[in-house]
Design a protein around this ligand. Structure first.
Ligand SMILES: *Cc1c(COP(=O)(O)O)cnc(C)c1O
Length: 228
């Protein structure tokens, strides 16, 4: 078995084990392979193993891969920093954007989404602990932005995304993910129909699954340690 096959199996087993332990329906948890900095070769290997969802942070790098891998019909998620001068390309070439945190960017993506494509699936990024270095809206800002985005016909608001602070203990990790889940529950109670919680990475996917993650974004545990 190749190293990548080994890692893929291990990550899948971690997801299966966490789903069992926390009584989650496995079919509601999607593995998102974070391929930033990696070339198309390992991506293709994961595709052969059955992987379909990939995520990229850097637009230029992403576009080369999306172009090269066009025939594989992959599902591409943008998880990098959004800037106004990038929304046009993102709206045309990605299936999901998970880092939405302003109405201005939402409007641009909405206006730029081509008619022949389905509405762009989006998640609002939450800045869980109000960290100044991190992108995302605060819990206090979430409601207003969510209702504004829900009005845009060429976007489909699917849920929330969070990159919480790195915590060592499971209990601490779980607490942060729980706060994201509560925010999603409260949006659903106010009649916004969201079904996606994008949370959990290589080191904390179990805690995220315990708190309802439906998309786990895994880079290092699949591809190996990044050079940058
Ligand atoms: C890089 C990245 C990941 C993957 O992190 P790993 O720790 O390598 O699994 C997940 N989400 C976002 C937003 C990232 O930028």
């Amino acid at each position: 078995m190749s190293e990548l096959e080994d890692r893929y199996r291990i990550v899948r087993e971690r997801i299966v084990a966490a789903a069992q332990k926390y009584e989650r329906d496995l079919s509601t948890i999607t593995l998102l392979a974070v391929s930033k900095t990696w070339p198309t070769k390992p991506i293709n290997e994961f595709v052969r193993m059955g992987q379909q969802h990939f995520a990229e942070n850097y637009l230029q790098e992403a576009m080369q891969k999306i172009y090269k891998l066009k025939s594989s019909n992959l599902i591409w998620h943008f998880i990098g920093a959004l800037q106004s001068n990038k929304t046009n390309i993102i709206a045309k070439h990605f299936d999901w954007v998970q880092t939405l945190a302003s109405f201005k960017h939402a409007q641009r993506l909405n206006d730029q989404r081509p008619e022949h494509l389905p509405p762009l699936k989006v998640c609002i990024q939450i800045n869980v602990a109000n960290e100044t270095r991190k992108a995302g809206v605060t819990f206090a800002q979430l409601n207003e932005l969510a209702f504004q985005i829900a009005e845009l016909p060429r976007l489909q608001l699917r849920g929330l995304m969070a990159i919480p602070q790195k915590m060592d203990t499971f209990k601490q990790q779980r607490k942060q993910f729980a706060s994201v889940r509560h925010a999603a529950d409260s949006l659903n109670q106010s009649k916004l129909n969201i079904d996606t919680l994008s949370m959990g990475m290589s080191h904390d996917l179990e805690a995220a699954i315990a708190e309802g993650a439906t998309l786990v974004r895994v880079g290092t545990a699949l591809f190996g340690t990044r050079a940058k």
